[in-house]
Design a protein. Structure first.
Lengths: 200, 250
């Protein structure tokens, strides 16, 4: 039953977004009455999305075939926000797609271009000035977080590259081991000779 | 099931078969206005999840013709209307005109128009030609039908070959502690809740009694097989408090 609770929450969220967004309803026209099935295997969730021109229905574990069925994990699903990623992810075997590729791309494009004017929505509750300030603050925070994340990724990448440059290559390590063994043998031979000489 | 001497059950009472329909009608006339709110209160909203499960199992697609029998206030019809599109059709059927009116008003207020028809009908004698529907559902309605065998046979007749029947109905809990708690809830809390919210404790006492008199999971499955349904199965939901029976006509 939990899966149906989850699907109803997702459905309510998407339909709220359709109502709030300036362009989502229009963008979803391209997928009207065409069913997309999404199977997210790492959380064992199977959802079917059907848009009827006004509302999105999200049904869990639906017993019907879809025009397009995609199977992936949660991480890959997040990457589908960019429709250009669809074919790349299929090539990388991270996304299994059956049916109409264009439908998956259209769904992806519609959601990635979703534009909600939060300032306008919040102004009904908070008033124009406060909602403008709040939205601007959130935008700044989002931008700063994004920049910080990019900076951390860049630093990590550079560190890894630098570390890679100074790290000993496995072949070098093999040669060193070989030389070490030769030195040990030579030292042992020398020790034997010294012991012989001392014995005389 | 109608008894041989033309007697049947109305809750725990035994009444003349011809009287049951009117007695059930009185119950639903009485509760129609508060039906949805009472459903949410009584089931803690879980009835919505049972219905979503039924929709998922229905396999309804664009262009399908669906009969939502005993559809009442139209919860299933609403979603089927979205799924069948303008090429499809949903018939919301109910024997009770008060329930139909509540359902029709609710769905029209939601903007669901164009592919829904409202028909007052008796499930025992469905007013449709043979092989009409792709899917038939009856949610929380079969236990109120006087002659259940006749109703299931009628559903079989109007279903297209390849079509499926889904019966969502209260059933027998399969876990003993749950069964005891459920009995206490049904016979003590439910009628009080009905009295307070709908000002009608008696109707909700009937609800609890009619659930106990309804055939259990296996019996209902056999009843479906007897009229010709194939690949019959059932799923227990919420520990068997409710069961979803499914059968196909081939």
């Amino acid at each position: 039953m939990l899966i149906h609770l989850l699907s109803s929450l997702i459905e309510a969220t998407i339909n709220t977004a359709i109502g709030l967004s300036d362009n989502l309803e229009g963008d979803l026209k391209a997928v009207a009455n065409q069913e997309l099935s999404i199977e997210i295997h790492d959380i064992a969730l199977n959802l079917s999305l059907i848009y009827n021109g006004k509302k999105m229905s999200v049904i869990a574990d639906r017993q019907a075939s879809a025009k397009c069925a995609i199977r992936c994990n949660l991480e890959t699903l997040a990457k589908l926000q960019d429709p250009a990623n669809v074919t790349a992810l299929i090539r990388q075997e991270k996304l299994d797609l059956e049916g109409d590729l264009k439908l998956a791309q259209n769904y992806s494009a519609a959601f990635s271009q979703m534009n909600i004017n939060w300032s306008d929505q919040l102004s009904n509750v908070l008033g124009d000035a406060l909602s403008y300030q709040l939205v601007e603050f959130m935008k700044q925070r989002h931008l700063k977080t994004k920049q910080k994340k990019q900076r951390i990724e860049q630093v990590t990448k550079e560190l890894l590259q630098d570390e890679l440059a100074v790290a000993v290559h496995p072949i070098e390590l093999d040669i060193f081991k070989q030389q070490n063994r030769t030195l040990t043998t030579t030292t042992a031979k020398l020790e034997q000779r010294i012991n012989k000489l001392l014995a005389k | 099931m109608a008894q041989p001497d033309n007697k049947t059950h109305f809750g725990y009472q035994t009444v003349a078969a011809e009287d049951k329909a009117n007695m059930v009608a009185d119950v639903f006339h009485s509760v129609a206005a508060k039906y949805d709110i009472m459903n949410d209160l009584m089931s803690f909203g879980i009835h919505r999840l049972w219905k979503r499960h039924t929709i998922a199992a229905s396999g309804v697609r664009q262009g399908h013709c669906v009969l939502d029998l005993a559809g009442g206030t139209g919860d299933l019809t609403s979603k089927f209307s979205d799924l069948v599109g303008q090429q499809g059709q949903v018939i919301l059927g109910d024997i009770n005109d008060s329930m139909l009116k509540v359902g029709r008003d609710k769905l029209r207020n939601l903007g669901k128009v164009g592919n829904i028809e409202y028909v007052q009908m008796n499930a025992e004698a469905l007013p449709f030609p043979d092989n009409t529907f792709d899917v038939i559902t009856i949610a929380f309605g079969l236990r109120n039908v006087t002659d259940k065998d006749k109703a299931i046979a009628s559903m079989y007749r109007v279903l297209k070959p390849g079509g499926r029947l889904l019966i969502l109905e209260f059933s027998k809990p399969i876990v003993d502690p749950l069964s005891k708690a459920y009995d206490f809830y049904s016979f003590n809390i439910l009628p009080t809740m009905g009295q307070l919210v709908a000002n009608d404790g008696e109707s909700y006492k009937y609800l609890a009694e009619s659930i106990r008199m309804h055939p259990d999971q296996e019996t209902l499955k056999n009843m479906m097989e007897l009229v010709g349904f194939e690949q019959t199965s059932y799923e227990n939901l919420t520990g068997g408090i409710v069961a979803l029976h499914k059968g196909f006509k081939f």
